[in-house]
Design a protein around this ligand. Structure first.
Ligand SMILES: [Zn+2]
Length: 470
């Protein structure tokens, strides 16, 4: 018995003395240089000791960009494995990146935030309980995981998978077409969504995952969504970037987001594939909505709204309508969180504007890595809240198009005007809570929703103040 104890003890000591190993040769893995700063053995008691180790982790930059040499390659994304860390307290000091509070996982699937962190200093630390631990900027969403999800999604009779073309390294650029095929397409809303142009922006994928999960569910709402729409979804527009663990570029160093107006020689094959399919589908009939899904270092969800001056009054009204509908009854996203810009042809939005003159409403939507609405005391971003936000985005699209969906009531008119013209059957008698955004961009549009057995009556008019009537 004694020798067994001795062996265990020796094995334990051996573990302590094994050097920590860093690696990133896996799907979405990314690591630059690592340098040990410090190593201190702390002995809380005679029989106990804990090794404290500090490292500088210098994140790897994307390759130089041949299409836009003036753009500094980003090094934001990191995702690496540390081995021989059990019973050690490890301090990581990140450089060439900006994580407010990185995540870690013992199994590569279930990630959690570091409890000890200094957001402004880009530092985290933890005492690890397992031999190996994965560390990432945010919860990864890699190529292999997408293939698992696509296998599940294509099990649905409402999904057809297609390949738009191949990346530079030969990976398929996959597209899912989702609709209820028993209903003719003629009057359906056409919606295109693509994500992971910037491969480090994994929150966008979690959001889209939530949207797709809801859209493909068996709920009465999802069945209605599919009857009224055709969704064209490209989950990874930059598969080489995802698998290679790049931050904002493809394997060639090109930032695909600003590559839509380049000469052929400097246009990524991935952008060409996307452009070809969007072009042929637009010739059939312009998309009603295009969403370009990203994640941002700003601590909020945002749409990039194109200003009225740079577009048109009607286009701007439609943008704000969709934007405010997305904030409606949404704990993560608020009207003040928008960004404003002008469409430029280097972006997909500008490229579409030039083709359709506003017939297609094209918007970038950004999700944060950290927390929502600029509030560090609020909820930190999780994959669960991002997925939930995806369902709110889907609901907003449904409201925008005024699809006939169980549980949603759409009214034209305002309370003051007393024009209660119901799209659906008249509501039952009852008490309504009334919210008014005066001077909002959606005059004369009202939504009523059943919630916990009660109805909430939302009125939007002209001045952003909120009036609550019980
Ligand atoms: Zn982006």
């Amino acid at each position: 018995m004694k020798w067994l104890f001795l062996l265990t003890f020796l094995a334990g000591s051996l573990q302590d003395t094994l050097p920590v190993r860093f690696s990133a040769a896996f799907d979405s893995g990314c690591l630059g240089e690592v340098r040990r700063i410090d190593s201190v053995l702390v002995r809380p008691s005679l029989t106990d000791s804990v090794l404290h180790l500090s490292y500088r982790v210098i994140s790897r930059s994307d390759p130089d960009n041949p299409a836009n040499p003036d753009l500094v390659p980003s090094g934001r994304w990191f995702y690496f494995l540390m081995e021989n860390v059990r019973n050690k307290h490890i301090y990581l000091n990140f450089e060439n990146t900006d994580p407010k509070r990185a995540v870690y996982s013992y199994d590569g699937k279930n990630f959690r935030r570091f409890e000890h962190y200094q957001a402004s200093m880009r530092k985290v630390s933890a005492y690890f309980l397992s031999d190996s631990v994965y560390i990432a900027y945010f919860v990864p969403y890699g190529w292999a995981f997408l293939q698992e999800r696509i296998l599940q999604w294509t099990g649905s009779p409402h999904v057809v998978m297609d390949t738009l073309g191949y990346s530079m390294l030969g990976l398929p650029i996959q597209m899912l077409t989702i609709t209820d095929r028993s209903v003719p397409d003629r009057n359906k809303s056409r919606i295109w969504i693509h994500a992971r142009v910037h491969p480090g922006e994994t929150p966008g994928s979690w959001q889209l995952d939530g949207l797709l999960e809801k859209l493909l569910s068996d709920s009465p709402q999802a069945r209605a969504y599919r009857k009224h729409s055709v969704f064209y979804v490209v989950p990874f527009t930059n598969p080489d970037g995802v698998i290679g663990g790049y931050s904002r570029s493809n394997a060639r160093g090109i930032n695909q987001e600003v590559n839509w107006d380049h000469p052929d020689s400097l246009t990524a094959v991935e952008v060409k594939a996307l452009r070809n399919r969007m072009d042929s589908l637009t010739r059939e009939k312009p998309f009603d909505v295009v969403l370009n899904v990203h994640a941002q270092s700003s601590d909020k969800i945002s749409y990039y709204i194109h200003t009225q001056e740079s577009t048109s009054q009607d286009y701007f009204r439609r943008e704000m309508y969709l934007a405010y509908l997305t904030t409606d009854d949404n704990p993560y996203f608020f009207p003040e969180d928008m960004f404003y810009s002008a469409p430029a042809p280097r972006y997909v939005e500008g490229w579409l504007w030039n083709r359709t003159q506003g017939a297609t409403l094209a918007l970038t939507i950004e999700t944060p890595y950290s927390f929502y609405n600029g509030n560090p005391d609020g909820e930190w971003v999780t994959t669960a809240s991002l997925k939930q936000f995806g369902t709110y985005l889907l609901r907003a699209l449904s409201d925008y198009f005024q699809w006939d969906v169980p549980g949603r009531y759409i009214i034209n008119g305002t309370v003051k005007g007393n024009r209660t013209v119901y799209k659906k059957a008249a509501l039952p008698r009852g008490t309504y809570r009334v919210f008014t955004w005066d001077n909002a961009w959606i005059p004369r549009e009202t939504i009523i929703r059943k919630r916990d057995g009660a109805f909430r009556y939302v009125i939007r008019s002209e001045d952003q103040s909120i009036l609550l009537l019980e």
